[in-house]
Structures are given as structure tokens and as C-alpha cells.
Design a protein around this ligand. Structure first.
Ligand code: PFF
Length: 465
């Protein structure tokens, strides 16, 4: 039996709409921009393997737990956690989990929007032929010119925040659902076209080797942490975005099936993006491990020299913008819904306020690539040399999201009553239910904590590894 709670924000029109929206949230810059450069920096196949393991062992149980809490609470993560904590007679402190999610959403969106702004700028650059016949150096210069110019970054960051707000203002059905119904199929078609193109013009076999042949000498505790962080980031877990989307899920939809579909779609797109990008990078002898600039530095060079490069290059960056757009709306939706609930203000006002906050925090990232490349205060500490953007990225992906993820699992699999869990999950097969409960109770929290301890060097000190 489901609860009688209702969402004041509306519902997805169908189970499929939820899958599209959650996949829209999951598939984003994380898949197309971040996954390739992280794989490139951290040894290709070994990183990919760890990432896949993290998706299966941590991603799926956390996603199911998040949707479960969301659908039961039927409101923003802050209020969902408040309601559920009261219902299960647990401490009110659990609402902090919702608040941490809102904070993480702002922090991530603030830099996410700046990077999406690069993609917007590149749609224009590519379409107007800037890259036709350029050398590697010239392509690099175009990128450096963009990121060293705060005004241009600010302009595109503002455009992207506006695009995000336009959708969020229109609400669950007219905004979020309509956007994903158009953008997600377009994205899928574009990525398939891109792979076809990469197969014809790039070094496909080499890229298969790069992505799937693990070189374990590249592994370190840091790499394990990054693969885990990437799994949480890529599936949009640990900050309430999926919880929020779960609160709009119709009562009769299966949480296990839909979560599985979303996780598969996201993983597939990350791998496909790798297969669209690495053949081109490798065939052109470009540097796979160069970090966040990877697709912006390397792909234009390739597109600039290949037949049809102008069209495919433009399409590629449009694809990137679409993917980022459907994720950005989910980053801000929990905060927008919470303000609506808390202050009884309109969605319009709430969206504007949230947009402004994210925009303002984003200034830190805008300047990270030019005037504040490194923060002097950190000199002499382990954070030396990190920019504001590096810190935000590290803090959110590698710490806040996994931490949110384990707390979500602990609440869903330990603190909720067995009856509430079963009522909401409605899993037909007992083994499947028990498997979820085992993973969410033991494997995910313990696994994540061990990885944290490993990075902190605690395990080494205790002589455990
Ligand atoms: N999953 C998105 C991506 O891969 O780009 C990023 C993201 C969206 C992270 C929403 C977290 C989130 F709540």
C-alpha cells in the first residue's frame, strides 16, 4: 500500500516519462565531457572497470533507495526527509540530508553551467567555421582565448542559467517533461551519428583497447575514489535530484525496473560517448590525459580536418548542450521545489531566486580559469595548486555525493520500517528485494567508507592494506 501523500508540484505523466527525465538528469556533461577525460587521465580501461563496478554495487542500490524515499515523501528532499523521519520516529536531524543536497545542487550547477557555457560557445565557433583546417596549436588557442576571457565565460554561463530557468519555471509537466521528451531522443540520435562518424574517420579498434583493456598499474586509492565519485556524479545520486524526480513518480511504477533502466541508459551513453570521442583523439595523436579541456581542445582539431566536420562538430556541441540542459534542471529542481513549499511563493519567483544564487556562485568558476587559477591561501597544503573549480568538483563528486548516498541507504535500508520499505518498493521477487536490502544495508555504506578511509591513508596506517 502506498501512502496517501500527494505532490503539490505535479506528477510525471507516465512511468516512461520518469525514466526519460531521470535518464535526462543522469546523462549529461558527466558522460560526454567528464567521463572521457577522467578515463584519459586515470589509465583508461582500469578506471572504466572500476567505474562500472561502482555503478553496479553502489549506483543501483542508492538510486533505488533515493527513488523510494522520494516517492514516499512526495515533496522536496528537505521536506521528504522531515516527513519520513517523523513517520519513522527518527531524529529531525535527517532533514540536514535534504539541505546538504540543496547545497550540493547549487555548488554543482554553479560550475556545471560554466562548462555548459563552453559548449554553447563552441556551437557558435564550430558552426561559423572557426576550426576549418586549424592546427592543433590554433585549436588550443581558441580554447585558451575562451577560458581566459571572463566576460565571454560570464556571458555563456548567464545564457545557460537562463535556459535552465526557462524550463524549471514551467514546472514538472510543461517544463521538465516536455524538455526531456524532445531533447533525450535528439541526444540519442546525435550520439549514434557521432559514433558512426568516429568509426569511419577515427581509430575505433585502438579506442576499444584504450577503454576496455585495463592497466592495473595505473590504480591508486585516489583513482578508486575518483571512479566512485564519477559513478555518483554520472547517475545524479546523493544530492536529492533523483529523490525529487521520484516524488513525481506515479504510485504503480516499479522502482526497481525504472532505476535499472536509468542506470543502464546512463552507463551506455557514457561508454558510447567514449567510443565517439577516443577514436578521433587517438587517430589524431592527441593527448588523452589532458584534463577538463580534452574534448574542447582535441575534437575541434579533428572536426576541422575531416570531411563533414563542420556539420558533425556543430552537432556534437549541440548534443553536449542538450545533455547538460536536462541535467541542469534536475540540479536546481530540489531547491526550487523546497522554496515553493517553504515560503508558499510561486515557482516563477523561486526559480529566479535559485537561478540567481547558482549564477553568483558560478562567478567563482568563471574566474577559476583566468584571474584565480590557483588559490594562494592553500599553498603548502594538500590543496596547493587547486582552483576554485577543482575544489568544487572534488568536494561535490568525491565527498558530498557519496556521503549523501550512504546516508540515503542507511535511512532507507536500516531506519525505515520493513513494512514501509516493502510497501513502497513493491518488489515481486523476494530475492531481488533481499539483494537490494543487502547492498543498501551493508555493501554500499561499508564500501564507500572503506574507499574514504583508503584515500585518507587510515587503512594503510592500520596495516590493513
Ligand atoms: N549526472 C549529471 C551528469 O552526468 O552530467 C550531473 C548531475 C546532475 C549530478 C544532477 C548530480 C545531479 F544531482
Amino acid at each position: 500500500m502506498a501512502t496517501v501523500r500527494t505532490s503539490i508540484h505535479g506528477y510525471w505523466s507516465s512511468r516512461f516519462a520518469f525514466v526519460l527525465a531521470a535518464a535526462g538528469s543522469a546523462v549529461g556533461l558527466g558522460n560526454i565531457w567528464k567521463f572521457p577525460y577522467m578515463a584519459g587521465e586515470n589509465g583508461g580501461g582500469a578506471f572504466v572497470l572500476l567505474y562500472l563496478i561502482c555503478i553496479a554495487l553502489f549506483g543501483l542500490p542508492v538510486m533505488m533507495s533515493e527513488v523510494l524515499l522520494g516517492r514516499r515523501g512526495r515533496s522536496s528532499p528537505v521536506n521528504t526527509m522531515t516527513t519520513l523521519a517523523a513517520e519513522e520516529k527518527r531524529s529531525r536531524v535527517w532533514r540536514l540530508l535534504g539541505l546538504m543536497g540543496v547545497l550540493a545542487g547549487f555548488l554543482i550547477l554553479s560550475y556545471y553551467s560554466v562548462i555548459a557555457g563552453w559548449a554553447l560557445a563552441y556551437v557558435l565557433e564550430t558552426a561559423t567555421g572557426t576550426f576549418s583546417g586549424v592546427s592543433g596549436e590554433q585549436a588550443g588557442e581558441v580554447f585558451d582565448n575562451l577560458i581566459s576571457n571572463p566576460r565571454r565565460l560570464l556571458f555563456w554561463h548567464s545564457v545557460f542559467i537562463l535556459l535552465t530557468m526557462v524550463v524549471v519555471i514551467r514546472g514538472v509537466n510543461k517544463g521538465l517533461e516536455t524538455a526531456v521528451r524532445i531533447l533525450m531522443p535528439a541526444l540519442f540520435i546525435l550520439i549514434i551519428i557521432m559514433i558512426g562518424y568516429a568509426m569511419l574517420h577515427g581509430d575505433f579498434l585502438e579506442s576499444l583497447k584504450f577503454l576496455f583493456a585495463p592497466d592495473f598499474s595505473k590504480l591508486s586509492p585516489e583513482v578508486v575514489l575518483k571512479a566512485m565519485g564519477q559513478a555518483f556524479f554520472s547517475l545524479s545520486l546523493g544530492m536529492g535530484a533523483i529523490m525529487m524526480y521520484g516524488s513525481y513518480l506515479p504510485d504503480d511504477a516499479s522502482i526497481a525496473t525504472t532505476s535499472f533502466q536509468v542506470a543502464i541508459a546512463d552507463t551506455l551513453i557514457a561508454i558510447l560517448a567514449g567510443l565517439a570521442i577516443f577514436p578521433i583523439v587517438l587517430a589524431n595523436g592527441l593527448e588523452a590525459g589532458q584534463g577538463p579541456g580534452l574534448i574542447f581542445n582535441t575534437l575541434p582539431l579533428a572536426f576541422g580536418q575531416m570531411t563533414g566536420g563542420l556539420i558533425f562538430g556543430t552537432l556534437f556541441f549541440i548534443l553536449l548542450v542538450f545533455a547538460a540542459w536536462t541535467s541542469a534542471i534536475s540540479l536546481i529542481e530540489p531547491a526550487v521545489a523546497w522554496l515553493v513549499e517553504k515560503f508558499s511563493i510561486s515557482r516563477f519567483i523561486s526559480s529566479i531566486i535559485c537561478g540567481l544564487v547558482a549564477w553568483t556562485v558560478g562567478l567563482g568558476t568563471v574566474y577559476s580559469f583566468n584571474s584565480w587559477k590557483k588559490i594562494d591561501v592553500f599553498d603548502g597544503t594538500i590543496l596547493e595548486g587547486k582552483s576554485f573549480f577543482d575544489l568544487l568538483d572534488y568536494l561535490t563528486s568525491n565527498i558530498m555525493l557519496p556521503l549523501g548516498g550512504i546516508l540515503i541507504c542507511i535511512f532507507a535500508a536500516w531506519l525505515m520500517s520493513e513494512k514501509s520499505r516493502r510497501d513502497e518498493l513493491k518488489i515481486k521477487y523476494e530475492v531481488a528485494y533481499k539483494l537490494w536490502r543487502f547492498l543498501a544495508r551493508y555493501l554500499t555504506p561499508i564500501g564507500v567508507v572503506l574507499i574514504f578511509l583508503h584515500v585518507l591513508g587510515v587503512l594503510e596506517k592500520l596495516n590493513i592494506t
